[in-house]
Write a protein that binds this ligand. Structure first.
Ligand SMILES: [Zn+2]
Length: 330
């Protein structure tokens, strides 16, 4: 004779069934999350900080124009992505009173917005006056003084030297590169780059690198974000080269760009060209030039996204990313 199940037993059975359903639903693989949901675009400088300047334009304006075009182009290519700008007008981000406060604001905004990639847009300077500058050369020697005090002295002549330095370069924050394969990073003397700019009032003040917080962030960057920063930077420079531009490749620094590691995400600072070169300044200010730069960065972003999402493996890595750089027409 069958025992009729008690109400309690039925209830128990229902709970178990419910639990089983819940467990099963956990086993169904979730829909793959997009690797890039939020992109932070950071136009360099702004407001009281003009950055470098050319013969007729300022870096803060060029950076803003390219950044706004970039955001729009990314939005067009990836309607699901969210774009967050650190500024959209000619201000120091957050209307901060100092460059350092501005840097902190940029990093904080990026982190609060849960960015997946931080892109800083800048224009470069070779450390000389824009266009051309007066240089000196020795044309001969003369003797001055008499007897023991007679000395040979060079005769100088002033002449105009054209600023010929052109091209792009992408900076990532310096980290231990061990374990990163297939990406080469130019070991470049910081003072050989000429116009290496400081983004803060002083590189050491902007972010206290000795603080425990900074050390934790640095470790995090090294472990989680360095490889992807290097990958994106490499893809960007590859696109610039394809467009016929000269590229200095991917470089790493720590001084002056700590904002990159202070953002808890892969982050790259793109020097889009030299404002101190007359032709490149014209290019950087032109619609065509800005559109080309934007196209190159968006193309790099497409490849980067594919790589993060496990597609398109091998095409760029087999090219030996970061290899010898071609010198193009610019
Ligand atoms: Zn700059």
């Amino acid at each position: 004779m069958m025992k009729r199940p008690s109400i309690l037993k039925i209830a128990h059975l229902l709970i178990c069934l419910g639990a089983a359903c819940t467990i099963t639903s956990f086993n169904v693989p979730p829909r793959q999350k997009a690797a890039l949901r939020t992109i932070i675009i950071d136009p360099g400088h702004g407001g009281f900080d003009p950055g470098t300047h050319g013969l007729f334009s300022q870096e803060k304006d060029v950076a803003l124009a390219i950044s706004l075009k970039l955001g729009k182009a990314i939005q067009d290519a990836f309607p699901d992505m969210k774009i967050v700008y650190t500024r959209t007008t000619d201000i120091m981000p957050g209307n901060m009173p100092t460059k350092n406060a501005g840097l902190h604001y940029r990093a904080e905004l990026a982190n609060k917005s849960h960015g997946d990639l931080f892109i800083c847009i800048h224009g470069n300077s070779d450390g000389h006056a824009p266009g051309r500058y007066l240089a000196k050369r020795i044309t001969g020697y003369k003797y001055v003084g008499k007897g023991k005090r007679r000395r040979k002295r060079p005769i100088y002549e002033s002449y105009w030297k054209t600023n010929t330095r052109v091209g792009t370069g992408s900076y990532i924050w310096k980290a231990d590169r061990s374990g990163i394969k297939g990406i080469s990073i130019n070991q470049r003397d910081e003072d050989s780059t000429g116009g290496v700019e400081e983004m803060g009032d002083s590189s050491s003040e902007a972010f206290d690198m000795a603080s425990p917080e900074a050390r934790i962030r640095a470790q995090l960057y090294e472990k989680k974000f360095f490889a992807n920063s290097a990958l994106f930077a490499t893809l960007v420079e590859d696109e610039f080269v394809k467009a016929g531009r000269h590229s200095d490749g991917v470089m790493q620094r720590d001084e002056g760009i700590q904002v990159l590691q202070a953002t808890g995400m892969p982050s790259v600072l793109i020097e889009t060209g030299f404002l101190t070169n007359k032709e490149e300044e014209i290019y950087l200010n032109s619609e065509d030039g800005q559109n080309e730069i934007v196209r190159d960065i968006v193309d790099a972003l497409k490849t980067y996204k594919d790589r993060l999402e496990g597609r398109g493996q091998g095409d760029s890595s087999s090219r030996g990313v970061g290899g010898p750089r071609a010198t193009g027409r610019r």
